[in-house]
Write a protein that binds this ligand. Structure first.
Ligand SMILES: [Fe+2]
Ligand SMILES: [Fe+2]
Length: 413
């Protein structure tokens, strides 16, 4: 992701939107709330001065009950493990790629004149534009949606820092958890930079509208389930990173098929980063499943019940109509196969297997119920995805408009 995105494609999201009760077993009982993308949007927009005086949290319901102290202790005790098992997944700065490596060089190399450098740059931009010329609008829409989501990185780092026991207390802490968070952020930061510059040079999108969307998304933020819980954050991180690995990878493959080898390479490099980050959060979660299986399986069920809050959910170009920008973007991603409900089903199945959820033993009653629920999810999601797919196939074709591509329309069915 950026703690990028685990969005559900629109076709399936309405069906996969579960009424989520708070998990009483994790110390957050008594509060109930329906979580779904549309509802979350309502929450984010419903702030009024009256509500702010009526409730300490401004009338917006957030689930920030204290994290059980034993969970915080477990996280704190893992610093040595993080240093050995997660930090090595970050690439040293000296051997990291940088956005500049993939883009035309804008400055003269030693011994090269200004005029020659400008000519080379112009030629590089022309080549880039030649490559992107055959990329259809729907792929550009997905690329912009991915880029906008990456660009909201400040929101995600803020979220990461709310995780109790693993946050960066001083802003420059040497604790391994803090080093991971900063290192992860630094690597992620290149994703938005690279895609942004590529799109700017491509001349194919309305950059001002794209920039307005980033501005809105950062102002709107994101809503995350239990943002202060390290267990939930680790699980969320694993899902997000795998989802972004999939979506960047698919976008790159499609771009390559339409003749843009440079874009395919860019998306591939970003996807590879997401893969490493996924490995970090997956390993961290696997370790936590060993240490506290009951707490983790309940956290996993909770995350699954609530759906994963999509970081780009609150994106807006200031022109939203009945259907939000995020819903339109997700519908395009679903149709062209950048990220679909089937991918989501695969994701859930992957993690249930990877964390050996079915084999967990010694669970409490709540833990066993959570285990049963989570293990039964993949086939349910697949069935729902299939039904949504069949429904879409039967329905009439439909187009949606995007300001990102100068108000042109693309087909979503
Ligand atoms: Fe990521
Ligand atoms: Fe990313």
């Amino acid at each position: 992701m950026a703690m990028a995105m685990l969005w559900l494609a629109t076709g399936a999201s309405a069906k996969l939107c579960f009424p989520g009760k708070m998990d009483a077993s994790s110390g957050r009982g008594g509060i109930s709330r329906i979580f779904c993308p549309a509802h979350s949007r309502t929450l984010a927009r419903r702030w009024t001065a009256a509500a702010a005086t009526a409730a300490p949290n401004g009338g917006i319901h957030l689930d920030c009950a204290p994290v059980p102290p034993e969970q915080v202790e477990i996280i704190q005790s893992m610093n040595g493990w993080v240093a050995e098992n997660m930090l090595p997944l970050l690439v040293p700065v000296d051997s990291s790629w940088q956005p500049h490596d993939f883009l035309p060089c804008s400055t003269p190399a030693p011994g090269v004149s200004e005029a020659e450098a400008l000519a080379a740059f112009t030629e590089g931009v022309a080549e880039l534009r030649e490559g992107v010329a055959g990329v259809p609008d729907e792929i550009l829409v997905c690329l912009v949606g991915n880029m906008v989501t990456e660009e909201a990185l400040p929101t995600y780092q803020t979220m990461g820092n709310r995780s109790e026991g693993g946050s960066d207390e001083s802003g420059a802490s040497s604790l391994p958890w803090a080093q991971w968070l900063r290192g992860w952020t630094a690597e992620e930061n290149r994703h938005g930079d690279l895609l942004n510059r590529y799109l700017y040079l491509s001349g194919r999108v309305d950059m001002r509208q794209v920039e307005i969307t980033v501005h809105h998304l950062l102002r709107n933020g994101m809503e995350m389930l239990v943002p202060n819980s390290p267990y939930h954050s680790m699980i969320y991180g694993a899902f997000q990173e795998r989802a972004t690995f999939i979506s960047h990878g698919h976008t790159g493959r499609l771009a390559g098929q339409h003749g843009d080898k440079a874009l395919a390479k860019i998306c591939g490099a970003i996807a590879a980063d997401e893969r490493r980050h996924e490995a970090g959060y997956t390993r961290g979660s696997a370790k936590l499943f060993q240490v506290d299986p009951d707490g983790m399986v309940r956290a996993l069920a909770y995350v699954m019940r609530g759906k994963v809050t999509m970081p780009g959910l609150l994106m807006s170009d200031g022109r939203d109509g009945g259907e939000t920008l995020f819903e339109r973007f997700s519908a395009v991603a679903e149709r062209i196969g950048v990220y679909s409900a089937r991918d989501y089903g695969d994701l859930v199945e992957h993690f249930v297997r990877r964390w050996r959820v079915a084999e967990l033993t010694g669970l409490s009653g709540e833990g066993r119920r959570a285990q049963e629920y989570v293990c039964g999810l993949p086939p349910k999601i697949r069935r729902m995805a299939e039904l949504a797919h069949q429904r879409a196939a039967r329905s009439e074709s439909r187009t949606v408009q995007f300001s990102w591509i100068f108000d042109r329309s693309v087909m979503v069915r």
